[in-house]
Design a protein around this ligand. Structure first.
Ligand code: ZN
Length: 147
């Protein structure tokens, strides 16, 4: 009897475990994220990313956000973001190139963004980065949607 139950369980379509769709990343006073790559299963109904700040330096000096976009769009987004300023979280308003974003946070702050990935093409080359001026050269990583 047990064998049949197991077989039935194994034949269920592969759904992502909720935990796999919940990501966490921390930015530091060293102008670095603690992860250089983030992977989520393509089956995630919704991805949740929480950004934390492990440092003590003020937001105006060492603030961090988390922005997801196509790798090719990163330079343009950060360039426009620099002009937008801290008040705008160093992002141009209504920038359609941005897939997901958090606000710029300082020490002890966190911010969570929830977004859907089902409309993103399978072979998309995606990068996440911090749009605080000068940070994206180091503060970036690969975002992989695992099929
Ligand atoms: Zn940063």
């Amino acid at each position: 009897m047990y064998k049949y139950i197991l077989a039935a369980a194994l034949s269920l379509p592969t759904l992502a475990f909720a935990g796999e769709c919940d990501l966490e990343i921390t930015g530091s006073d060293m102008m670095q994220y603690d992860k250089t790559e983030l992977t989520v299963p393509a089956t995630c109904e919704e991805v949740s990313l929480t950004l934390k700040h492990s440092g003590t330096m003020a937001k105006q000096v060492m603030g961090h956000n988390w922005v997801l976009a196509k790798t090719a769009d990163m330079a343009g987004i950060t360039e426009d973001g620099m002009k937008a300023g801290l008040e705008a979280n160093y992002l141009k308003a209504d920038d359609t190139r941005i897939i997901a974003k958090t606000k710029v946070i300082g020490p002890t702050e966190t911010d969570t963004v929830k977004f859907k990935i089902k409309d993103i093409a399978a072979d998309s080359d995606l990068t996440y980065f911090c749009s605080f001026p000068g940070h994206s050269s180091i503060m970036k990583g690969k975002f992989i949607i695992k099929k």
